[in-house]
Design a binder for this molecule. Structure first.
Ligand SMILES: NC(=O)c1ccc[n+]([C@@H]2O[C@H](COP(=O)([O-])OP(=O)(O)OC[C@H]3O[C@@H](n4cnc5c(N)ncnc54)[C@H](O)[C@@H]3O)[C@@H](O)[C@H]2O)c1
Ligand SMILES: [Zn+2]
Ligand SMILES: [Zn+2]
Length: 361
């Protein structure tokens, strides 16, 4: 059996997204069907649409979502129909070399649904990040459902499913930000502001927000930035050094995903500092750096996939902080939109005025 629902697909590279009918199979062993309540629009969805991730069109977009489990397949014991869940793209396997060494946040064999969602003509869809959640109901591996406090607002906590978690984790888990650190965050979208909020939670005393958009910088202050720098007007390496006693920041988080901002981050670090790349580059991008500077400046150059998070550990913890008023997830939600407004939300990523658009069902 299967059911027909409405969802948003990217049919071809660069073509506007469209709302169409999606065929969702009943859950098989180890799978769950989730009725989506809210799904944020992440820059990675736009990367998929633009062919920046891979060529496996058509994509079923959307991946920052919260909803209620509708049905589960055989052998599923961790979640049951009626559970309120945030979807994750790191359902750890427990058996790969990373899991066996006690580092499941690096799991190399994460689970997705085995069956495929399709178009009515049978065309197989590639769900974004193995989720696909701009759709009334989606099919995932049961391990992709993380139970959280059902009294939490879906539009807000769904954002933990990708961008906000990636940002918070980039600062805290990958960057190791701790009390008294100085931190610079380049790019203050949903991911960058997550990093700012994470740095604030961890006790960083200097948090420098860098963006090219003054509105974004104003919002960044609301998440805990102590200083803001508009990259259009100044040399940000000089400015970050000036704001950190001439030294550079202990941790720089690059949340744009471009060679020039990566280079700025590289030089805006203090000696022995850490640079975390959480922005996603596209295949043609390259960087050139003097190897002597890589060596001579010391420290660590790290990449952060999903903020090195462990959903079962981190989602409930962050939802608790949200419910206690210590992590303002509501502030990430700029607007609530309908399923047929995803294309408009993509346009706003370039024109500004929005931190996160969230599709409500
Ligand atoms: N690593 C992960 O697990 C992960 C998860 C989610 C998203 N991402 C990636 O993170 C990046 C940011 O995502 P987002 O959803 O926050 O995007 P976004 O579009 O909301 O934010 C990007 C921000 O960067 C700013 N910016 C652009 N060019 C700049 C420059 N030259 N200098 C300073 N700021 C600049 C923009 O004004 C904007 O505020 C994307 O590349 C996305 O694909 C990574
Ligand atoms: Zn594993
Ligand atoms: Zn995302």
């Amino acid at each position: 059996m299967s059911q027909l629902v409405r969802g948003v697909i990217a049919r071809a590279k660069g073509a506007p997204v469209e709302v169409t009918t999606i065929v969702v199979p009943d859950p098989g062993p180890g799978e769950a069907v989730v009725k989506i309540q809210a799904c944020g629009v992440c820059h990675t969805d736009l990367h998929y649409r633009e062919g920046g991730i891979n060529d496996d069109f058509p994509f079923l977009l959307g991946h920052e979502a919260a909803g209620v489990v509708e049905a589960v397949g055989d052998g599923v014991t961790d979640v049951a129909p009626g559970d309120f869940v945030v979807l994750n793209w790191r359902a750890v396997c427990g058996n790969c070399r990373a899991c066996l060494r006690g580092k499941p946040w690096y799991c190399f064999a994460t689970h997705n649904a085995t069956q495929k969602m399709t178009l009515e003509d049978g065309t197989v869809l590639s769900p974004a990040l193995g989720i696909g959640a701009f759709v009334e109901k989606t099919l995932v591996a049961a391990g992709q459902c993380t139970k959280v406090d059902p009294s939490a607002r879906a539009a807000a906590v769904g954002l933990l499913g990708c961008g906000v978690m990636a940002g918070i984790g980039a600062a805290i888990n990958t960057g190791g930000v701790t009390r008294g650190d100085s931190v610079a965050v380049i790019g203050c979208g949903g991911v960058g502001d997550g990093a700012i909020a994470g740095a604030a939670l961890a006790g960083a005393t200097t948090i420098i927000a860098v963006d090219t958009d003054d509105q974004k910088l104003e919002w960044a202050r609301g998440f805990g930035a102590t200083h803001t720098v508009n990259a259009r007007n100044v040399d940000i390496v000089e400015k970050v050094r000036e704001l950190t006693g001439g030294n550079g920041a202990d941790v720089v988080v690059e949340a744009v995903g471009r060679p020039e901002t990566y280079k700025q981050g590289f030089y805006a670090r203090d000696l022995a500092g850490t640079l975390v790349l959480v922005g996603v580059p596209t295949p043609e991008m390259t960087i050139e750096l003097p190897l002597l500077d890589v060596f001579g400046r010391g420290g660590a150059l790290k990449s952060s996939w999903y903020g090195d998070c462990l959903p079962s550990r981190d989602f409930p913890m962050l939802v608790a902080l949200y419910q206690q008023g210590r992590l303002d997830l509501d502030k990430f939600v700029s607007e609530e939109i309908a399923l047929d407004q995803v294309e408009e939300a993509f346009a706003k990523m370039h024109t500004g005025g929005v931190l996160r658009s969230v599709v409500l069902f």
